[in-house]
Design a protein. Structure first.
Length: 194
């Protein structure tokens, strides 16, 4: 453990990270000790003083517009254009982050009609992809509600949006879609709206 702490100090990480690592190790030992039924609470790292580390921390971003930059207004316009419920905007933004696609694949939409729209208007692929994603969320929310709203909506959506074992997913990335989207939703919920 001391070697790990020394390594952290040598790469200009502050004592807070070292304390967090030490706490994590203690927590892991406690969680696996005989007779301990509940795991120890996750240690909270001390506030860092390194400017380099602070800039890299997502927690330093407080506003959703800061996270999405110029894409924010385009994504919101697509949500409004498709009459997406305001509560589902976070899902739309989370899918953008989870997919993290390049131009023409911003939201991972592969539908032939979407492809055709992007060929006709190649300067607006983000808007087109965001619109298709918003419509997919909206339509599947309606289907899920008609089925009785059983289970988690994102899990339901993942089976349509990124089905595990799909022929267009030869490397198995869809396996992570549900978890990634849930992660980004949680993160987005911590941000202030604009």
């Amino acid at each position: 453990m001391e070697k790990l702490l020394e390594k952290c100090r040598s790469v200009n990480l502050d004592e807070g990270i070292g304390n967090w690592l030490k706490g994590a190790a203690v927590g892991a030992v406690l969680a696996t000790a005989p007779g301990i039924k509940a795991s120890a609470p996750a240690p909270v790292p001390a506030k860092t003083t390194s400017a380099v580390v602070d800039k890299a921390k997502p927690s330093s971003v407080k506003n959703i517009k800061d996270v999405f930059g110029a894409e924010y207004d385009v994504i919101v316009a697509a949500a409004k254009r498709n009459d997406l419920a305001k509560a589902d905007y976070k899902i739309l933004f989370a899918i953008r982050k989870a997919e993290n696609g390049k131009k023409g694949r911003e939201f991972g939409i592969l539908h032939p009609k979407c492809e055709e729209q992007m060929r006709k208007d190649p300067k607006n692929t983000l808007s087109i992809q965001a619109g298709w994603c918003a419509a997919t969320i909206k339509n599947n929310r309606v289907r899920w509600e008609k089925l009785g709203s059983k289970g988690d909506f994102i899990e339901h959506l993942s089976k349509i949006y990124a089905p595990v074992g799909a022929s267009n997913d030869p490397t198995g990335l869809n396996e992570n879609w549900f978890k990634n989207v849930k992660h980004w939703i949680s993160y987005i919920e911590t941000l202030r709206s604009s």
